[in-house]
Write a protein that binds this ligand. Sequence first.
Ligand code: ZN
Length: 415
Amino acid sequence: MTEPPIGEQSANASAKRVRERLAELATIGGEGGGGVTRLAYTEAEREAHRRFADWATLEGARCHVDPAGNTVAIFRDGAPYFLIGSHLDTVMHGGRYDGAAGVVAALEAASALSETRHGVRVVAFAAEEGARFGRPTIGSSLAAGVLNDLGLGALRDADGVTPAAAAAEVGLSPTETQPWLDSDVACFFELHIEQGRQLESGAARIGLVDAIAGSVRLQFELTGRADHSGATPMRMRADALAAASELVLAVEEIARRHRSTVATVGRVQVRPNSVTTIPGHVMLWVDLRDVDPDLQRRAARQVLETAMDITEARGLHMGSRVLSEQPPIVLPAWPRAILYDDCRARNLTYRVLSSGAGHDAAVVARRAPAAMLFIPCVDGVSHSPREQASPEDIALGAEVLCSALRRTDAIIASQ
Ligand SMILES: [Zn+2]
């Protein structure tokens, strides 16, 4: 049997390591059927961070955890430095690739990099998913100094626990975070699964992200009157769920009217939630996203105004809160151009696309240049146990990251 060429050997070794590490991470918070639950600021998330630090340490890096729970592995000292990474928390019953693929790929890229003039660090950001506290990217936002104590203190999980209280349970103290994402970061690179179908349908191996959608999360509290479902005539009712239903359809309609807006009501709580009682109280959450900041703001305002009109017409009381507002981010062109050159040099099919999902890269981009690289995931499925991506694609993405970093290093140094 003939030996494969050296380049292929290392690519195979890398894909094998990626597969093994992702399988190992999937056992932390792992559930039957391939699902993973590692919510923000839980012991499972911390365990995944420790595993990441163990791997990085074995490869010669020095690791530290900041008070927000972000784990940083220093592979090469020096500033400015390259930062590569993603996150290790998941949604409830999520998959094994969202976030984890980017951290594992970053380890591959960093350990293959040598002799750079820049420092090299790999990061696993904490609490990226908004699934637990309603607000995404808590770890990177604290590190970037774009989330203050007041903003953090206003957040609660489904049991009323604040992020600070949850973090304290696992030995962290996010309110003490000193922002560290600054001009020392020469560039941040994040690899992530696409969570969409554009790469798969275009038969592209790599996606180069030009913009990341922002998001607005709104919470509505509709208060009507809980009455007997048999004894209350239709004209005398203040049905909070009927009003909420109108609002759900209005949210869909508003998003449809705007070119790039997507909006979802994904969570509703009804009280008393009984077959024979008119619903007196409804809590409802709206998630609205856009890559255009003006459209995003306009659509969110329309949702708020429409909710007021609906509740007023039905004689209900309405309370509303903006849980979070993140602006859409256009990523700088130059790091993308370097990735693009690398794809061309390797004869890889690529596609430039925008991300409808939010990412840590959008937060880092507010402090330092940032670039994102997508790899395909099967059927575009994500946030589900059915999420699937190929370790070979992740290893290939890591190689592209690595050579892009080498070129960035040479280009910046020659300036
Ligand atoms: Zn993610």
